[in-house]
Design a protein around this ligand. Structure first.
Ligand code: ADP
Length: 484
């Protein structure tokens, strides 16, 4: 009932600087699955507001950096408690603004909570002073410090978890933070930052600047006072940000980037077709295929390919596309009309080439950015020119004795985010694991989900810079080491 109440609420968002809302022109936020429903409105930050916010964050850095790590960690823990308390409201914004399912909304809040609690524990451990052996008579110490003003630039597909994962890591390590949420999901970020202030975060250490990526984003990344960037989004934007940072004559700023993928699953003929198809459907179509880890290209060994295709076709016919707020829905909308248009173009091209394996029927009553889950036959992963971020699966049949060629082709994409392996031959699984350049490998299971916080997530090559969100080493990306 509480969730229902929130589903019809209207939220208003604005830039948050020094703990206060700034004014400006508001723009409407519309729901991706009930196109006439207005979720709320949000004010986008101007270049001047962005510049002033960074002034204030630079001034606040020394005091925040000198604040005991325990104080900073305790704020994250109180934030986690508040996220749990406000779970129904956060789930409602997540569904209304991003079109995510109720289950996704629960997972999203849980993941954000886990990040806060895990980084709080990690920070306390990591910031303990280390005594170093030094020349006779000297006492030497090693300790960690924040880097300065950290920029956190986040995507819409995990509008709370990734947003807060970046922000909490940067803050707990002593940085002040300028955060730029994705255009599509500012309201959830605004609500999250308000809860952080309520948890005791000083207003002057975190500024939230909703706005256009190219405009606000480039004002942030070209500012000489930015000393690091955490970014999750497209590979193309990561390159743009890298160039903007490099063009400055100021601090050499590191980037922590988690970008795109061309995620594959390799299945050999020892695998169980029923389990494969269950895991494939989950990996490719959950969250309408809009997860960084989602499966894009399934490789099946030829002996079992006909059976797997038949089962896949049947399973796809039974998926239910619809309103993400309904429990019976398996696949909700994609984020916006641009995303839908691009996916439909890709689907049309492959249909015209007569490559269709199966698709899910789309109910006529839907009024939103829906894309029907679709699976296509491909000859090679190299036929894909880019990542298609939605519920579209591609299937390649691999002939006996060509496993290494398939692995080479996966490596040749340059991406290296997730890979699934289905095989009951342990040597084959380990052989594949050793040869791929991939951040997260999933064996005999679906390839989404991890124990969040504790397990690192992220890729290499075109997929990102490694040490990744979560895991015991993530916080080290946000600090400088000092000795005295
Ligand atoms: P997606 O394809 O997932 O929308 P983007 O890379 O376009 O990914 O967006 C991810 C985040 O990067 C968003 O918050 C977006 O506003 C921001 N962004 C886009 N362009 C730039 C840019 N030139 N500089 C900084 N941030 C940007």
């Amino acid at each position: 009932a509480e969730l229902d109440k929130h589903m019809d609420a209207r939220w208003t968002g604005a830039p948050l600087v020094e703990g206060k809302r700034l004014s400006g022109d508001a723009r409407a936020v519309m729901c991706p699955y009930e196109l006439s429903h207005q979720v709320g409105e949000v004010i986008w930050a101007t270049a001047e507001q962005t510049h002033n916010a960074i002034d204030s964050l630079a001034a606040a850095f020394p005091a925040w950096n000198a604040t005991p790590v325990d104080t900073r960690a305790a704020i994250l823990e109180r934030t986690a408690d508040l996220l749990e308390k406000h779970m129904p409201e956060l789930m409602a914004i997540c569904t209304r603004e991003a079109g995510k399912s109720l289950q996704d909304g629960i997972d999203e809040v849980r993941e954000a909570v886990d990040f806060c609690r895990y980084y709080a524990v990690q920070a306390r451990q990591r910031f303990a002073l280390i005594t170093l052996p030094g020349p006779t008579g000297e006492s030497n110490e090693l300790y960690l410090q924040g880097r300065g003003v950290f920029a956190c630039i986040s995507p819409w597909n995990f509008p709370l978890a990734i947003f807060l994962g970046q922000v909490s890591a940067a803050l707990v390590t002593g940085n002040t933070v300028v955060a730029k949420p994705a255009e599509q999901t500012s309201l959830l970020a605004v609500r999250c930052v308000e809860l952080m202030y309520e948890a005791g975060l000083p207003g002057n250490v975190l500024a939230l600047l909703p706005g256009d990526g190219k405009q606000v984003g480039s004002v942030i990344t070209s500012d000489p006072r930015i000393t690091g960037v955490a970014f999750t989004g497209s590979t193309q934007t990561a390159h743009v940000i890298n160039r903007a940072l490099a063009a400055r004559d100021s601090a050499i700023a590191p980037m922590v980037a988690e970008t795109g993928g061309q995620n594959a699953m390799l299945v050999d003929s020892t695998a169980l077709p029923e389990q494969v198809v269950k895991d494939v459907v989950h990996s490719a179509f959950t969250s309408a295929g809009q997860r960084c880890s989602a499966l894009r290209v399934l490789f099946i060994q030829e002996d079992i390919a006909p059976r797997v295709m038949e089962l896949l076709k049947g399973a796809m016919a039974e998926l239910h596309v619809g309103n993400p707020f309904e429990r019976s829905t398996d696949v909700g909308p994609v984020i916006d009309e641009d995303a839908r248009g691009n996916l439909l173009k890709h689907i049309e091209t492959l249909k015209a080439q007569d490559r269709l394996i199966g698709e899910t029927p789309l109910p006529a009553s839907l009024n939103g950015h829906f894309v029907t889950p679709t699976a296509f036959r491909l000859d090679s992963i190299s036929q894909l020119d880019k990542e298609h971020f939605g519920p579209v699966l591609h299937v390649v049949t691999w002939r006996n004795n060509t496993l290494d060629k398939m692995i080479d082709e996966i490596n040749a994409t340059g991406f290296g985010l997730t890979l699934g392996i289905h095989s009951r031959n342990e040597d084959t699984a380990l052989h594949i694991d050793r040869r791929v350049r991939i951040g997260n490998v999933y064996i005999n299971r679906n390839q989404i989900g991890a124990v969040v916080g504790v397990q690192p997530f992220g890729g290499m090559g075109l997929s990102g810079t490694g040490p990744k969100a979560g895991g015991p080493h993530y916080l080290l990306r946000f600090v400088t080491e000092r000795t005295r």
